[in-house]
Design a protein around this ligand. Sequence first.
Ligand code: URP
Ligand code: ZN
Ligand code: ZN
Length: 464
Amino acid sequence: MLTTLIRNGTVVTSTDTRAADILIEGERIKEIGPSLPVDTAGKVIDATGMLLLPGGIDVHTHLDMPFGGTTSSDDFETGTKAAAFGGTTTLIDFAIQPKGTRMRDALDTWWKKAENRASIDYGLHMIVTDLGEAGLEDMDHLVSEGVASFKLFMAYPGVLMVDDSTIFQMLSRTAKNGALICLHAENGGIIDVIVKRAIAEGKTAPIYHALTRPVAAEAEAVHRAVAMSEISGAPVYIVHLSSEEALNEVREARDRGVPIFAETCPQYLLLSIEDLARPGFEGAKYVFTPPLRKKNNPPKLWEGLKHDHLQVVSTDHCPFCFEDQKILGKDDFTKIPNGGPGVENRLQLLYHHGVNAGQMSLNRFVELVSTTPARLFGLYPRKGELAPGSDADIVIWDPEAQYEISAKTHHMRVDYSMFEGFRVKGNARTVFSRGEKIVDQGSFLGRTGRGAFLKREARGGAWK
Ligand code: URP
Ligand code: ZN
Ligand code: ZN
């Protein structure tokens, strides 16, 4: 079997940092240790001065997703390629069950979107919009197919939102089938009223997207999620947590032993509501939900990452082009497709603003972008770890590489960057996915369609 020996690097896991070589055999890691013998028939890569990290796992992306009257601009081909350039080797994307249909049909639809296009491995969560007669049995079926998590919306009434009864029934079912319920926590009913008032008053600019979605509406929904978790005894994962107030709800619940987990995203750590007030229609580039918060908010989220009140950093990558998609809301912010791009930049931004800035250790960085996502979503130790037997998803990370983020050079299929002009130190130099070198020094060497669907295990880390 083909071997590759990565020599002289520093192996970084969530628990350990050590000088060691990694031997890849086929698709897996065979051995890790100092001064491993060179197999003259195999390949050898010198990683002197480099960090060797487990491939990034982004558990929150929306590729090829119909939303807001249009479709997210990256599909599984362009989105997974962009992810790979940034050192992410696994995505978990969302299939959507339209109202009145069966979850299985949605799964088939998303499998078709992904197969023959993805160049890295991927899993799917199921967004459920309508439980219907057979919904709870359908859930069990989906779990047996490896779709071991479900996203439910407490926001977007009339479109994606489900009521508390649905959430509670599904949560209770997870006690039997071991799935993980992910919640978009915002009180959609309240927000809808505030939004309608704003529009009636002629407040149509992008900034009103943020001003009509108060932090209390997020904190309230998180509080309700905590209560439902406590009553059902099942864990809950809060997606894209944006505010200090919501974080306080998570922290307090965790302190009481409630199995609540939460992710945040680079945009909430690095941007603020001022970005929505940029001149002209520029603010539309920053319209996503929950919205960006005040300038004093990001430091609280960094603290949350430090103290494990937040366990994961994902991207909520949901790109829409400015010129022909965001523009749909030129005269009415409610028509701006909600979402922003970021799948390529997650590791760069968290490494630079987290590790380089002294906000977190290297091991915590790995834990947030790879190991905990793998554990919580039923992929560990196949993914998220550097150990014999794990998939050889390995990033050779150059801690000295200087890089400027820009839409001119990124690989995401979108005409702007939320982080335009951000300079970072530290970047992926070489990326392996299941033993295959798919990115090297700015070149894509992978193959469209090589990415495999990941059947994820139920009763992942959130249940333990
Ligand atoms: O604005 C966002 N976040 N768009 C994607 C859908 C979602 O709520 O995650
Ligand atoms: Zn959401
Ligand atoms: Zn999302």
